[in-house]
Design a protein around this ligand. Structure first.
Ligand code: SAM
Length: 239
């Protein structure tokens, strides 16, 4: 059965994540990721978020706008299962879903109202920069947090990789990290790379290939050694 709905963006999310590769696969995994939900007209009114500052966390409902063209799939291969096993799309949090709607709980740090622009300062998001937000709701612990819930294939947080910087990357990090344009840069890089963003079939394998993630307007270059993930260069982004 069809219904007539006109969903529009109520806001857009500003995040350090400039490309899909490297974004954590769920919220809360990289708390050093700071960003903003910027309300869009006609919702850009402080009255529309009155009272929200009393909550520590928010639900963001959003559109996987960079994946819509790929459409949906009946079954998908969750990275958790090494990419080898298929599950039904509705049994996963895959981006290949009908309607392309995602949902994430994020931490709310502040509500801002500057020069007629209302924004919510958040952290821990798993959203691409520019993601359209289609709804914002307060997280309500007594009903949203369920003790002893069964987490299926995702009962535990992913195992983290060891991340370290080589000498060149250490000195480049020193140049960038006091710049207010890159808040919590070291923790952000470490948090993102500790997730090991590579495809599931490569996990836990040494890998001389040069990988790159884009955070803010920086490209972070890295390889995988026997000791973990080695950051080898930070440089101005090319994307
Ligand atoms: N927490 C959400 C959920 O469960 O609905 C999203 C989970 S989904 C597995 C997270 C991934 O979506 C990220 O790692 C990133 O690759 C991708 N992603 C985030 N924002 C996106 C966007 N605007 N368009 C397409 N893909 C996006």
């Amino acid at each position: 059965m069809s219904f007539n709905s006109q969903i529009q963006a109520v806001a857009y999310c500003r995040t350090p994540y400039k490309q899909k590769f490297g974004i954590p696969r769920q919220p809360g995994l990289v708390s050093a990721a700071r960003g903003f939900v910027e309300l869009a007209p006609p919702f850009n009114q402080i009255d529309a978020v009155r009272g929200l500052e009393q909550y520590s966390h928010l639900w963001l409902l959003f559109c996987f706008h960079e994946n819509l063209a790929a459409g949906w799939k009946t079954t998908v291969r969750p990275p958790r299962l090494g990419g080898n096993e298929k599950l039904g799309v509705f049994a996963t949090r895959s981006t290949f879903r009908p309607n392309g709607i995602g949902q994430s709980v994020v931490k709310l740090h502040a509500v801002h109202n500057h020069n007629g622009k209302v924004s919510l300062e958040i952290s821990g998001m798993d959203l691409l920069d520019g993601t359209p937000i289609i709804d914002i709701k307060p997280y309500i612990p007594f009903s949203d947090a369920i003790a002893n819930a069964q987490g299926g294939i995702a009962q535990e947080a992913p195992v983290l990789a060891n991340v370290y910087f080589n000498e060149q990357a250490k000195s480049q990090l020193e140049q960038y990290q006091n710049n207010p344009a890159y808040p919590r840069l070291q923790a952000l890089i470490e948090g993102v790379l500790a997730q090991d963003p590579r495809p599931a079939y490569k996990k836990a394998k040494e890998d001389p290939k040069l990988y790159q993630v884009a955070l803010y307007d920086l490209d972070i270059l890295w390889i995988v050694t026997a000791a973990g993930i080695e950051v080898i260069e930070l440089r101005a982004s090319t994307i």
